[in-house]
Design a protein around this ligand. Sequence first.
Ligand SMILES: *[C@@H]1O[C@H](CO)[C@@H](O)[C@H](O)[C@H]1NC(C)=O
Ligand SMILES: *[C@@H]1O[C@H](CO)[C@@H](O)[C@H](O)[C@H]1NC(C)=O
Ligand SMILES: *[C@@H]1O[C@H](CO)[C@@H](O)[C@H](O)[C@H]1NC(C)=O
Length: 477
Amino acid sequence: MLATTLAPFILLVSKQLPAPTQPHPCLSYHGLSTSGKYSFFGTVDETCITDAVPLLESGSFVAVDYNSRSELVWLESEAEGIDESLRSKSLDSYDAVALFLQSVKSSLVVDYAAQKQHTISEEPSADVLQVLHQDAGSVLLRVDRSLAKSIDTHLPPFWRSMTISREPQQLLPVPTSAVDRVREILKQTKFDPTVASLVNNISVTDLKNDIRYLTGEDPKSNILSRHSFSDGVRVAAHWLKGLFEHTGATCELSPFLSGFAPNVICSYPATVNTTETILVSAHYDSRGSFGTTRAPGGDDDGSGTVALISIARAIARTGVTFKKNIQLCAFAGEEQGLLGSRAYAREMREKGADLTLMVQADMLAYHKAGEPPQLGLPEVIGTPEVTQLVANLSAIYSPELTVGFTAACCSDHQSFHEQGFPATQVFERAGPIVDPMYHNSGDLSDREGYDFEQLRSIAKFATLLHAAGYDVPESAQ
Ligand SMILES: *[C@@H]1O[C@H](CO)[C@@H](O)[C@H](O)[C@H]1NC(C)=O
Ligand SMILES: *[C@@H]1O[C@H](CO)[C@@H](O)[C@H](O)[C@H]1NC(C)=O
Ligand SMILES: *[C@@H]1O[C@H](CO)[C@@H](O)[C@H](O)[C@H]1NC(C)=O
């Protein structure tokens, strides 16, 4: 298909976080980077730059020659969320980017050679791959659409990628009424022995068996990888759907982008007539070592996924029912820029969903020797009231965890945050990532530091479901 030329576009990359309105009315909003540290604004009007510049604290304008096949891809170093001990082994960021570009180019040479059967040059044309902007921790690329989807397989350790839409996005703050509703839940939070006994039903034996299935450590599953394009991730999707349905949920495999594994969306219906919904989630796709798609993802994010399963199992075993709607979601495409959750959060916004709050569980199991078991909560992205609620529930029901903040970034709660829903994340450490197997093909569960007790303690964030109101069968009381 021939590419058609689109109007030149100017992108502003700004370290200024988006206020509820854009910096200048002539600029449209195009999203937030995965770390939450950069915002993107765009315009097709050159005079806009002169008007907008005086209002900005920082930022760079980049001219983009778009055609109908172009995608803008943003790459960002996660260095700030990664512990020094891991970072020292990684490359200097300019070397890392050079290596990345080299890897992408060699893959293109192979693809073209295979497809076209004639000699091609070493340098891809600017239509296929062009570096538009680069600084110490970030790169902006314009690439052909076919390349945008697979670019993450070339990323060096501790870099992430996302696509920036040419279509303006809505800037949606969380409404005060939604925050007030969470404040009300927070105010009423106190120890409840029934809630405690429900979450105490979460079993370490189940967590162990479930994670071994997802990583392929259990040979029965045959899953070698849960990379979003792998065969294994589809096996995992069907297995998850079956498991959740077995606990009484209604599930669907919900595709969001061709080539990607689907989201697994499961619901337990409310027992009273209400639209209010509480959502907990994890991502079941993963990412392996540089240059390979082998991605067992025992910690990232098999641990969050088995926490979801353990919540579902406890719901089934205890027979608890909820007055409001509960959704358990296992997202795919997280590693390629939160793609599955972005699609789902957008869909919920378009449907006018009544989401009370959502919590994403991402990386719960790694526990560094010599440190106490921990719960890390996000420093940047999320609704502080939801974060406080999770912290207070942890103090009540998992007092063995030391709670603190983390700069480790980038998970699916951001997609909900961007759509103006109250959201937060739970993570394994009150500090940067120290798991030596982070984004590594050795991320299995049978290894030093993989702590099932910590995983179980964090999975008790499920106590927040009490906010839906619940009933338990007589016999279980
Ligand atoms: C949450 O916990 C903090 C710290 O323990 C406490 O000061 C605060 O009162 C709690 N919030 C509510 C609403 O209970
Ligand atoms: C969970 O609850 C069920 C039903 O009450 C009980 O049979 C089972 O032993 C409990 N499991 C755990 C790990 O507490
Ligand atoms: C549920 O509530 C809505 C809105 O209050 C109402 O329109 C609807 O008829 C109710 N449905 C049932 C089954 O009671």
